[in-house]
Design a protein around this ligand. Structure first.
Ligand code: SF4
Length: 389
């Protein structure tokens, strides 16, 4: 059992990683590969085998009712609905779903048909997340995204008309040549769309990506720190001004339409991940699967679970993880919750750090809880690092 879940409240989240994309975006370092359509059938077969093997080896994990199912990627809608149905049936065979289970799928605008979206909705998917990134066509081409802004607008509206009422879109800021006016123009478009969730993040230059190659060759220049700061403010303040609640450092929702699956990560709850590159956190152990498709298939071909990393979490590390994950959320760390989870007092463990972050005006102390203020949120990585002892 994870530290903060009692037997009565323990439930489960399930993540399925589908590592296929139509084309690779220049900034992406996820396990996501283009040109592997020939492997789709084998991959689904292997994924189902992984679920079967896991459930046979860890049968007690199947007794936790499933609260969230999340198909992420990659681009899960690269698979056909029949593929996805096979996976869902296998999950339903092993696990019990809660009546209000949140079932999410990621999709790229312009890559799915009306029939596919409608089939997913009929299958029980009740939340969809579109990788929009920006409504600027030139930036989309630069990022090597497959869609246009018009396709994004049309597909979001189509999903809503089909019956998806929980719709997320991802937005990037700090793009090369982007201006504050561009961000404002993007948010003006967002304001016309029937969505209730936004995830936003600054463009990162990850090692080994084509973007990194361009930056190293000095073929493009990214916004300097001051401009990036202004863009951050424009994006965060602009989204809140549209009536979205910032419930996590990079996530915003209307009417509490939170991503319950992602909340599990931040609330230090269990989740099982299946698929190449998927991660799990179960019984205090973090596991990470082989991120490459062929080795993943080969391992399952030999009836071997594809976990490459197995990281039992010490109590000390669990407390640190708990704190900085909780700090990502609007509720922050609560002294009583911390005590319930670990049987020790938060201030005995982290009092010096917390007091100094409050003094530096990065954390707010509020009746036994500590949460980031807007300055702390902007410097989140610094704050989180202070909790690593
Ligand atoms: S669509 Fe998403 S997962 Fe696929 S390459 Fe682009 S950023 Fe990566």
């Amino acid at each position: 059992m994870t530290t903060n879940q009692t037997a009565q409240t323990r439930d489960m989240g399930i993540y399925l990683h589908i590592p296929f994309c139509k084309q690779k975006c220049i900034y992406c370092d996820f396990p996501a590969y283009q040109g592997l359509t020939a492997y789709y059938d084998d991959y689904v077969e292997a994924l189902i085998k992984e679920i079967d093997l896991w459930c046979a080896q860890q049968p007690e994990s199947t007794t936790c009712p499933v609260d969230t199912i999340y198909f992420g990627g990659g681009t899960p809608t690269e698979l056909s609905n029949s593929h996805i149905e096979l996976i869902m049936e296998r999950l339903a065979h092993h696990f019990t779903f809660k009546p209000n289970v949140q079932i999410s799928i990621e999709a790229n605008p312009g890559e799915t048909t009306h029939a596919q979206l409608s089939g997913l909705h009929n299958m029980g998917f009740n939340r969809i997340s579109f990788g929009v990134q920006t409504f600027d066509d030139e930036a989309l081409r630069f990022l090597h995204r497959s869609h246009t802004s018009r396709e994004a607008i049309e597909q979001i509206t189509e999903a809503y008309d089909i019956g998806f009422t929980d719709i997320n879109l991802d937005l990037i800021y700090a793009l090369p040549n982007q201006t504050i006016e561009d961000i404002e123009r993007n948010l003006a478009i967002v304001n016309t769309l029937p969505i209730n969730h936004i995830s936003t993040y600054g463009l990162q230059v990850e090692e080994g990506t084509y973007l990194e190659h361009l930056v190293r060759r000095e073929s493009l220049s990214l916004p300097d720190e001051d401009i990036e700061d202004d863009m951050y403010d424009a994006m965060m303040d602009g989204i809140e001004a549209l009536g979205f609640e910032r419930y996590e450092i990079s996530n915003f929702a209307k009417h509490e339409a939170y991503s319950r699956h992602n909340l599990r990560y931040w609330q230090y709850k269990d989740y099982l991940g299946f698929g190449a590159g998927a991660h799990s956190f179960y019984n205090g152990i973090r596991r990470g699967n082989n991120r490459y498709v062929v080795p993943y298939l080969q391992m399952l071909g030999r009836d071997v679970l594809p976990a490459m990393e197995r990281d039992p979490i010490s109590t000390e590390r669990a407390q640190e993880d708990y704190c900085f994950l909780a700090l990502r959320t609007k509720g922050g760390i609560n002294e009583q919750h911390f005590f319930d989870a670990f049987g020790v007092h938060l201030m005995d463990e982290f009092g010096t750090i917390i007091d100094s972050l409050v003094k530096d005006n990065l954390l707010i102390s509020d009746n036994g809880s500590y949460r980031l203020n807007s300055v702390g949120a902007k410097h989140g990585n610094y704050v989180f690092s202070q909790f690593l002892r």
